[in-house]
Design a binder for this molecule. Structure first.
Ligand SMILES: Nc1nc2c(ncn2[C@@H]2O[C@H](COP(=O)(O)OP(=O)(O)O)[C@@H](O)[C@H]2O)c(=O)[nH]1
Ligand SMILES: [Mg+2]
Length: 309
């Protein structure tokens, strides 16, 4: 453990990869690791990139990183795709697509996996970000598909959230349903080379004009494959960062740590609840439900009383 922590703090990639694996696997040592790393965290600027599958998130990251690296320094990319928790294939695909940056000095790419529920991925990703900060990374990019609450939770670990859509396939409607519009700091309409971008931009602008938020998210037209719109995105990111640093950043980070605390407390309570005694009480009472001798809420209260909560 001591060696691992020292390696991590020196920024060694091997130690970092091992540390992230412990977090993903929910290894009992992960807690101590996070505790030791924590005093050294908080130094990175965190960028979240989300949107439906296939809209061009990885392509955008690939083109964006060289532009950001000059001003941000050591960069890490955490790729989260909850739809394929054991996605060696996806990782390989992303690695190949990101080849442009993979070989640049200072870019660390990791595909996040977890053997559990989607919530587990959010937590593992948040913890991996702490580890990266402790290892001295200055820019952390989360790439995650944005289709539902679980992905939204992942991206909540970011300072700035970029939502990527395309003019096609009702992306915008899907994004609104998933609550992505509320968390977007910047919107990108990618694949504008395929047509329909003007209408999509207009629709998004008018949807956003109804919002009363302090920061009005800019909508950027892009064709990432050709590098179009990427410099504009980089400029919008710089503006948003400036806006955050004028005050809201602290509030955002406070909210983030609060949410993280709530999450780990809930997980700890759940773990304590379903120990041997808890499970015994649960199994003992389920018959009463099966035979309709009592209702579910009454039984739940009895179980809680029995296990002393
Ligand atoms: N026509 C077009 N294709 C693009 C553009 N950006 C990305 N693509 C392609 O769209 C596909 C999905 O891109 P990818 O970056 O993997 O999307 P992700 O799933 O959101 O990460 C790939 O085949 C890309 O080459 C673009 O601006 N225009
Ligand atoms: Mg991708």
């Amino acid at each position: 453990m001591k060696e691992l922590v020292q390696g991590l703090l020196r920024g060694e990639e091997r130690a970092l990869a091992r540390a992230i694996s412990l977090v993903e696997d929910r290894d009992p040592r992960a807690k101590e690791l996070i505790e030791r790393a924590f005093p050294h965290t908080g130094g990175a600027y965190r960028l979240g990139i989300t949107g439906p599958p296939g809209v061009g998130k990885s392509t955008i990251v690939d083109r964006l990183v060289p532009l950001l690296q000059e001003s941000h320094g050591r960069t890490a990319i955490l790729a989260c795709d909850p739809s394929s928790p054991f996605s060696e294939g996806a990782l390989l695909g992303d690695r190949i697509r990101m080849r442009g940056i993979d070989q640049r000095e200072g870019v660390f790419i990791r595909s996040m996996a977890t053997r559990g529920a989607l919530g587990g991925l959010a937590r593992a990703t948040h913890e991996a970000a702490f580890l990266l900060e402790a290892a001295g990374f200055e820019l952390i990019i989360f790439e995650t598909i944005g289709v539902g609450q679980a992905e939204v939770e992942i991206v909540e670990a970011a300072d700035t959230v970029v939502v990527v859509l395309t003019p096609q396939s009702g992306d915008a409607i899907q994004a609104m349903k998933a609550g992505l519009m509320e968390i977007a700091d910047i919107l990108v309409v990618n694949k504008s080379d395929q047509g329909g971008a003007d209408a999509a931009l207009q629709n998004l602008e008018s949807a956003l004009s109804l919002s009363s938020r302090d920061w009005r998210p800019p909508v950027i037209r892009a064709a990432a494959e050709d590098g179009e719109g990427i410099p504009e995105l980089a400029k919008a990111l710089a503006r948003h960062r400036q806006y955050l640093e004028g005050g809201p950043l602290l509030e955002r980070r406070r909210g983030r740590l609060r949410a993280f605390l709530k999450r780990i407390i809930a997980e700890e309570l759940e773990r304590q609840l379903w120990d041997e005694r808890g499970l015994e009480a649960l199994n003992g009472k389920v018959e009463a439900l099966l035979e309709r001798r009592a209702g579910p809420h009454q039984v739940a209260e009895e179980i809680l009383r029995e296990i002393g909560r």
